[in-house]
Design a protein around this ligand. Structure first.
Ligand SMILES: Cc1cc2nc3c(=O)[nH]c(=O)nc-3n(C[C@H](O)[C@H](O)[C@H](O)COP(=O)(O)OP(=O)(O)OC[C@H]3O[C@@H](n4cnc5c(N)ncnc54)[C@H](O)[C@@H]3O)c2cc1C
Length: 387
């Protein structure tokens, strides 16, 4: 249940209903099997495109819904409550590649890529991380060198969400030269499509959770990228990526809240059905206190997220607030799912019930798009500069 205190518009309520109905019909019944088989269901991409859920933040001229951040995050929470793997695909697509193109792309680039992305004809992915460049993403090594009217890219990107099925990948690579390194200012962003010569999909990760979301390495082996695929200005790619991650972190917070909510709702039902010592375990005050703490933390996480999103919708710089929302929501998801497993007892530890999946899915929200430690670094820095 979404908090009645959130003060939603009729349109936002309708979006929640649409997302919930989609989740009930297409996601919830399949989530356990997709998780077991690590199966990504490709038909979800056009289906979400049809609903407008892959262009939620894009203007109508690119076939988007032109919604505000809050509406998008409400939809994402609903989708995550039904299937977290689908939510991460949707979050990455809406928050990162489409936003990077919309904000920093040329008119021709936007014209060419955004509408097919909004319609679900081309799924988006974001390739910043590398095997040796994670939290310290600016140390990435993938190298681009100019060759006439092309760039030649060599290197490997790791952990690329949706990388197996992506039709547009925003990839960061170095455009400085080995003898004149410029740190973060030596990185540029490129629009990659899988048809480029020298592009291949490498190892698929066998993950603990989010198993229905494919996470892969991408290999660029002398990949020839037309010069007009450079996004914005040369040397600005890292800054573009960091600015987009500010949006992305709100998406991960919404996803974490959706997972926490699903675990909480499952626990509420279970404790009224499970009997021990001659009564429903819901009658034990220790159990009620757990539910109270779960509900309170979920509501607090959602409040923090919607405060940041509302500020973003008003055009206010949110900076550290985006990190706070992601940090708090992801730690809430991990804590709430742990409590849910506990409330299910032994049945929480087996695959017959969904809470063990929620628990596994929750963990990565503390890791991707910046670990909890990195969020604390951002927030700590802001605190010292007088937030
Ligand atoms: C399922 C999944 C999907 C992903 N999807 C994408 C994607 O689509 N695109 C993409 O580009 N990346 C993606 N990532 C990568 C993700 O963003 C990185 O895993 C993350 O940024 C952490 O990097 P790392 O794994 O190299 O860990 P490391 O950076 O090696 O960190 C290891 C540990 O050291 C800690 N640490 C590092 N630096 C500091 C510091 N300064 N202070 C305190 N502690 C520190 C970290 O917090 C962590 O606990 C994904 C990852 C996963 C697991």
């Amino acid at each position: 249940m979404i908090d009645p205190l959130l003060d939603l518009t009729e349109e936002q309520r309708a979006i929640i209903e649409t997302a919930r109905a989609f989740g009930d019909e297409h996601l919830r019944p399949n989530a356990a099997a997709w998780d077991r088989d690590a199966h990504f269901e490709p038909s979800l991409v056009p289906a979400l495109g049809e609903l407008g859920f892959l262009g939620m933040l894009l203007p109508a001229e690119y076939d988007g819904l032109g919604l505000d951040a809050r509406s998008y995050l409400l939809a994402l929470e609903e989708i995550a409550a039904a299937d977290a793997s689908t939510a991460v695909m949707m979050s990455v697509h809406n928050s990162l590649p489409t936003q990077m193109l919309l904000t920093f792309g040329s008119a021709a680039q936007k014209q060419r890529y955004l509408a097919p992305m909004a319609r679900g004809e081309r799924l988006g992915a974001f390739a910043l991380s590398e095997p040796d460049a994670g939290s310290d993403a600016a140390s990435l090594r993938c190298q681009a060198r100019r060759d006439g009217d092309h760039w030649i890219l060599d290197g490997a990107k790791s952990w690329v969400t949706s990388g197996t099925h992506a039709g547009v990948i925003l990839a960061m690579a170095r455009t400085d030269t080995p003898d004149a390194r410029k740190g973060a200012k030596g990185i540029s962003a490129f629009i990659i499509t899988p048809d480029l010569p020298g592009f291949s999909v490498g190892k698929k990760e066998d993950k603990m959770g989010m198993r229905a979301s494919p996470t892969v390495q991408l290999v660029f082996d002398g990949m020839r990228v037309p010069a007009d695929r450079l996004l914005g200005q040369e040397g600005m790619g890292f800054i573009y990526a960091m600015q987009s991650l500010e949006h992305g972190r709100l998406g991960i917070a919404a996803q974490a809240i959706g997972i926490a909510r699903a675990a909480y709702e499952a626990a509420c039902t279970y404790v009224t059905e499970r009997k021990q010592f001659g009564k429903a375990i819901a009658e034990f005050q220790a159990v009620q206190f757990k539910l109270a703490d779960m509900a309170t933390r979920i509501t607090a996480a959602r409040s923090l997220l919607h405060m940041a999103a509302a500020a973003k919708d008003r055009g206010v710089e949110i900076g550290a607030q985006s990190s706070m929302a992601k940090l708090f929501a992801s730690e809430t998801a991990m804590w709430v799912t742990t409590q849910a497993v506990q409330l299910f007892g032994g049945y929480g530890y087996v695959k017959e019930y969904p809470v063990e999946r929620y628990f596994r899915d929750a963990k990565v929200t503390e890791i991707y798009e910046g670990t909890s430690e990195v969020q604390r670094v951002v927030i700590g820095r802001a605190a010292l500069s007088g937030l």
